[in-house]
Design a protein around this ligand. Sequence first.
Ligand code: BG6
Length: 479
Amino acid sequence: MYFTKDFLWGGAIAANQAEGAWDIDGKGPSIVDVAPNGIGIFSNVDFEMDPEKYYPSHEAIDFYHRYEEDLDLMKELGLKCFRTSIAWTRIFPTGEEEEPNEKGLEFYDKLFDAMLEREIIPVVTISHYETPLHLINKFNGWESKEMIPLFEKYCRVIFNRYKNKVKYWLTFNEMNTIHRIPYASGAIRLRGSIDDELNIIYQASHNMFVANAIANKLCEEIIPDAKIGIMLALSGVYPYTCKPEDVFGSYQLRRRSLLYADVMIRGEYPAYFNRIVKEKKLSLDITTKELEIISQYPSKMLAFSYYRTNTYEDGMPIIGDTGGIGTRGNPYLPQTEWGWEVDPLGLRYVCNELTDRYNVPLFIVENGLGCIDEISENGEIHDNARIDYLNQHLIQLSEAIEDGCDIIGYTWWGPIDIVSAGTGEMKKRYGFIYVDKDNQGLGTLERKKKDSFYCYKKIIETNGSILNQFKDTKINKSM
Ligand code: BG6
């Protein structure tokens, strides 16, 4: 196996899917706190909290009160790094306060200290679907340029506060999913015709590009030894057949996602974007000064999530990102219980694609299998499908490193069961650690190790070399 000595083996969660304590110690509501069944494509979000309803983020897995115990488990697992987000509304409850909420800042001080005491490096997402609810209701989120100074203030506060503790930062989680889940990624409500909607999406994206560049600038000034990168959903897309229209269409669809890295890493809008503007009659407010800052402060690290690959067939709409939108299915690949194709080789393909295009360090900050876990009579959880998924993806990741890709780390999504972002469910489990809680919110919250816990532990201990044993195993068709 080709993992470097200092490879960042890790796990990743998001504040809103784990912490709970949604209104404790001064925290304000974020957009996820009013989403009763997640922020995915089929979710119905409320814009005001309904006291009669159950909202999964309100308690989640109570990481806010149990992080010490959970980090002990992460230490036992052998994690070198742990990715989580800062909940923006713990720091600025509405987003508009002049002064930050000290209690919120203290919580993350304790959390990062607890990681460092265990020799686990924090990797921090600044905004993971956690925009203050107030800002969507007042400004329609990132459609408005008012968001830029508010985000800048938030970044300045957290960079100054945690500059000695956090050296890996990611700006926006999966920014390109704004096409599929605009509410979550852009904190926007769409209106008007499809072209009007696209206009709002691209205006919001542009405003976030500017905010990303400003965050890069601040980080460079305040924490010069830190690495700050973008985070995109870059699960892959293949043409459904070799029919040229399928091939070119899948390329067009892919570029709807790569546009985000094109702008933020290369520092300028690519030529193909002009055609989108012309054909969709977009009218965007983009100033010369903003283009200058985007070009002056490009991102130097590309972090991404990879779960699956999709297929594109001629005639399907070219909208959205490629990380989970509808697909024709792929006769060569098994699917998960949630209909996601499992494609380990696709991960190698995507790493190579991104290296060829950007030639920057890559960080796989989400990859994982969400499935239903059965507890056996003696209380054990034999999650073999998850073990296969893990092994096969890591084998392909190692191949990508040997291909020449500069891959600095891998953080498994949800090393401990957390609330599903897409559906708000608990039964869609990713963890190596089981959490006793169900979709209705019932359960003791007790933590329990699954078989996959011991598997990932061994992989980390051997720096991946144990994976050689599984090289000839194939992923089971019926996962
Ligand atoms: C990514 C998100 O899109 O996918 C995570 O960044 C999310 O927040 C993960 O949890 C898996 O999706 P889901 O819907 O299965 O939780």
